[in-house]
Design a protein. Sequence first.
Length: 397
Amino acid sequence: MTPFSTRRFSALSAAIVGVLLLSSGGHALAQSERARDRQEQAAEATSDADRYANATRKAPKGQAGRAGRKMERMIDLYDDAKNAEALAIADEIIAAESSNAYEKAFSSQFAAQLAFESDDTAAAMRYLVQALEFDGLDNPSHYGVMWMLAQLQLQEEQNEAALATVDRLISESNANDPQHLLLKGQVLNRMERYPEAVAVLEQLSANPGTARNWQSELMFAYSETDQGQKVAALAERMAADAPDDKRAQMNLAAAYQQADMLEKSAEVLERLRSSGQLTEDREYRQLYSTYLNLEGKESVAAAVIDEGLAKGVIKADFQAYQALAQAHYFSDNIPAAIEAYKKAAPLDDNGDTYLNLAKVLWQEDRIAEAREAARQAKSKGLDRPKEADQIIALQGN
């Protein structure tokens, strides 16, 4: 038996997965923080024993044997930021016939950490698969490896493999972990198996636990199954939980629009506008578009566009001036509509807007201006130039 502490290896084994989970986008942790981070996460991992008390897997009583000294050296090299040397030792332990299942599994898990930090996701997944196959880790570490593997498979769009891994994790661990359900729901959404995703994610409604973003995933699944009312109800819940969160309020407005509840959508957006929280072009456009789709709200839409243009929030492009012209026209503010059409027409790809301007000018008995607008329409190109010709042929001033 090795004189080195096997408890250290057991704690570090659980901690390695914690480092994997906390590392963002595959970027390595700062070298000086590695040992401290592993120690902190190892302390947290000790509480995982109870978490897997109902697991179907009987955890092996693995411990370091002949490879104990090499494992110590591997860890020290990692702490000294000598990753290539640490990986070489890990591979040596994995390949050695004399290494036991625990030593091989631990070293595979450790090698996965090294591969992950060097942005070699494919290698990280291979090592994680090996760690599971060696079947030598305690349950918290073993299921932590499985959890990380499922996440990386999803990240790499290996959806079938990710689903198989998370199903195995849920079945074998019996941990009733909300994060496991969330991951399964995410995988099912990516596979466009939306009804199944709904069934899984709805289980989180009563017990979300530490699962993050489950509501967004469920909203997406509801949306893809044409359950607009449920999208709106969930968005209301999210907005109520975060009344000062602009994103939650914007999502609520979008959910109301999807459910064809335009008045409620406008109310949400209007509250944001009145409090000065509409600061982006797309946000103003969402509000004025909503008003344009509500009967009798054209003048309000025009006011929103004018305000956005005046603030420089709305880009002064064809779509904005076209919407402004329509808003003024249908609210019977014809002079303002004409001015907006004059700004929109030069920005149009063809002569359609000039033709609309010509028609409005003709209705206002401004014949000379109408004829000139019709000529501009023809010069820019029309699918049906006959209408422009009719206006050009008009007599009068």
